[in-house]
Ligand binder design. Structure first.
Ligand code: ZN
Length: 154
């Protein structure tokens, strides 16, 4: 059984969740992507700006991947796996938005185990983040993957 862990950090623009940082980890190889903004900062609603600044601390203008590439990136990197683990409904929704037919997504948030790790803002995050405490998709995929491996050997 081949599995992979996916995490995204993003923000809501015009009521739609937009991915900023995407991390994919299969236990061996980490792939991460930082997407360019889809809209000018000046055209965001005030509420969206506030959400943006308080979640993950990634500069709005940061990014080197065109957002239009997200379908290809997800398809190329996830299609060969039997199970895709995520934690959080937002992440399930993101994956389903691009690939509605994927039925092998497991949301660990629905697990009854109390040992499923909390994905809260921490100091352990990658260089994309400007806040001291922030949520980092790269850190999250490592944490979730560690949890799954521990479960498998129990
Ligand atoms: Zn990060």
């Amino acid at each position: 059984m081949k599995f992979v862990v996916v995490d995204v950090q993003g923000y809501v623009i015009n009521s739609t969740f937009t991915v900023k940082e995407l991390a994919i980890y299969d236990g061996k190889y980490l792939k991460s992507f930082l997407f360019k903004p889809t809209l000018k900062y000046s055209s965001l609603y005030t509420a969206d700006r506030k959400t943006y600044h308080n979640i993950h601390g990634i500069s709005y203008s940061a990014g080197n991947v065109e957002y239009s590439e997200i379908n290809n990136i997800l398809e190329n990197n996830l299609s060969s796996f039997d199970i895709i683990f995520v934690k959080g409904q937002v992440k399930v929704d993101v994956l389903r938005k691009y690939f509605a037919e994927w039925t092998h997504i497991v949301n660990l948030e629905n697990s009854v185990s109390s040992q499923v790790p909390q994905l809260e803002p921490t100091k352990e995050n990658c260089d994309n983040h400007k806040l001291k405490y922030s949520n980092c998709s790269i850190r999250n995929v490592y944490v979730v993957s560690d949890y799954i491996y521990k479960k498998l050997i129990e």
